[in-house]
Design a protein around this ligand. Structure first.
Ligand SMILES: [Fe+2]
Ligand SMILES: [Fe+2]
Length: 203
């Protein structure tokens, strides 16, 4: 009972933090991702509360300015590579995870990993991180040709849904002459290798 009350308070505080830092549009996106992440967690026997918590916080740093991202990253010793220096908003996941840790005292490493990795993904990410990564791409307001298929796939197989979603993002970048973050490419390699191993086991 006490744990339940604690979880509810934490979820309320996370929602309030997102509300205080985000425009209506981004806050509403956040709530849709939270509902989607919860549904996906339930579909895959994961803890819905932890998925919701990560989702409520995932974009909490999204409206920080480019210079402040770099200042905070330096102060908090976050990894800043060339892609982040060129596009500081790539730091909004890692910075949001630090806010979660510092402002809400969250120390659940899987929740923090999910928040950190939600933008670029990363190889070897855990199930909760995959839930958030995919939920962000398929929340109900997302509208692109393959989204329906991805929504179905997401309830069946999270890794395959993440793989499809990554391929789509990479193709999109290529069309616009943009490079893809190395962590996303490494994540795709990881998911492909995992799929090949899995199909060998099933044979
Ligand atoms: Fe984001
Ligand atoms: Fe998002």
């Amino acid at each position: 009972m006490e744990d339940h009350a604690k979880t509810n308070t934490l979820l309320e505080r996370a929602e309030a933090l997102a509300r205080s830092r985000l425009s209506d549009k981004r806050y509403e996106h956040t709530l849709r991702v939270a509902d989607t992440a919860e549904d996906l967690a339930l579909a895959h026997d994961l803890e819905a509360d932890r998925a919701r918590l990560a989702a409520l916080l995932h974009d909490a740093a999204r409206e920080i300015g480019p210079e402040e991202f770099l200042i905070l990253a330096d102060k908090w010793h976050l990894r800043v590579g060339d892609p982040e220096r060129q596009s500081p908003k790539l730091l909004h996941g890692p910075v949001a995870a630090e806010l979660a840790r510092r402002e809400l005292g969250i120390d659940d490493e899987e929740v923090l990993e999910a928040i950190t990795a939600h933008t670029t993904g990363r190889p070897g990410m855990g199930a909760l991180a995959l839930v958030l990564y995919v939920a962000d791409k398929i929340e109900p307001a997302r509208d692109y040709p393959s989204v329906g298929r991805l929504r179905t796939l997401a309830t069946e197989d999270l890794r395959r849904a993440a793989e499809e979603s990554l391929r789509r993002a990479i193709a999109h970048n290529e069309q616009r002459g943009k490079t893809t973050h190395p962590a996303s490419l490494a994540m795709l390699d990881w998911l492909e290798a995992d799929r090949i191993t899995q199909s060998r086991i099933e044979q």
